[in-house]
Design a protein around this ligand. Sequence first.
Ligand SMILES: C[S@@+](CC[C@H](N)C(=O)[O-])C[C@H]1O[C@@H](n2cnc3c(N)ncnc32)[C@H](O)[C@@H]1O
Length: 303
Amino acid sequence: MRLMQHKREAFWFYRFLSIFYDKYVNPLFWTRWMRDQALQLAQLNNPNLEVIDVGSGTGFTTQGIVRKLSTDRITCVDQSPHQLAKAKKKKDLKGCTFQLGDAENIPFPTDHFDRYVSAGSIEYWPNPQQGIYEAYRVIKPGGIALLIGPLEPQKGVQKFMANTWMLFPKEEEYRKWYKKAGFTDIEIKYVRPHWHKGANEYGIAIAGVKPVAGLSPNAASGSSNISETEEPMTFIRTLQLIGRLFIGSLAGFFFIPLALLAYLWYAATGQQNLPEEYREKLNTHQIAAIILIVALLIWGIVA
Ligand SMILES: C[S@@+](CC[C@H](N)C(=O)[O-])C[C@H]1O[C@@H](n2cnc3c(N)ncnc32)[C@H](O)[C@@H]1O
C-alpha cells in the first residue's frame, strides 16, 4: 500500500492540508470544468434525487451538485472533521446534511440514495473494492454511482512519485472494481485540467447503474469491518504514521510546483477551448504565495 493509503494517515494529512486546501491546492488539480463535465455522468436531472457525496471534503464537488439540486437532497460524508468544518461554512452548502463517516463503511442503510458521487477520495482508501461495494450498497436499484479519481501516470518520476504517495489506479482497475461490484451500463469519461497537455490521460470519471436491490453480489457483508482509525497506536505504529506522513507529504508537494508552473504557463493561452465562465485565474491567495516565494528566492540570492 502507498504511504497515504491508510485512513489514519489520510486523517492527519487533511488535518493540516484542510487549512490550505481550497485556497492553494484544489484549484490546481480539480477545476470547475472537470467537475461539471464529470458530474454529467451522474445524470442529476431530476430535482427529487437524493444524493450522497462521499469523501466530500471541503465541498467543492458538492458545490457542483447544488447547481442541479437543492441542498436538502444532499448528504456529505467524510472521515475528516476538519474538511467537513470547511464545507459547513460555505453559504451555498447551507442545508446539506454533513456526516462524519468512512467510505468503506458508509453510515447509511442499504438502498437509500438515488445517486452516489465520490471525487478524489479513492486515492486514500486502503480497500478500494470495499469502497465501491459500499457505493453499490447505499444506492437504490436503478440508481447511479459516479466515482472520479486520478489515473496512474505512465512513466518517469511522476509515476514513481504518484505510486509512492497514494493510489493512482489504472483504468482497467476502475473497470474491474465496478464490474465486480455488480454495476451495469458502465460509462467513463476522461477529465483533465486545462494545463495538463500530456498524451496520457489524467483522471477518470466512471459511472454505473445498480441493477437490483440489496448488497453487491460479491460483497462479503453489508459493511466493512476495517476500522483502521481504531487500531491501537503502538510505538511502532506511531513511528510509521509520522514517517509516512512526512515522506508522503513531500511526495504530494512535489506535484504542486509542477502543476503551478504548468498552470501559469497556460493561464493566458491554454484555455481558448473552454467556455468563458470556466476559464481559470489564479486567486489572490495563490498570487500572494507566488510573490512571497519569488521575494524569498531573491532575498536568498542577494543576502
Ligand atoms: C482530495 S479530497 C476531495 C474532496 C472533495 N470530494 C472535492 O471534490 O474537493 C479527499 C477527501 O477524501 C476524504 N477521505 C479520505 N479517505 C476517506 C475515507 N476512508 N472515508 C471518507 N472520506 C475519506 C479526505 O478526508 C478528503 O476530504
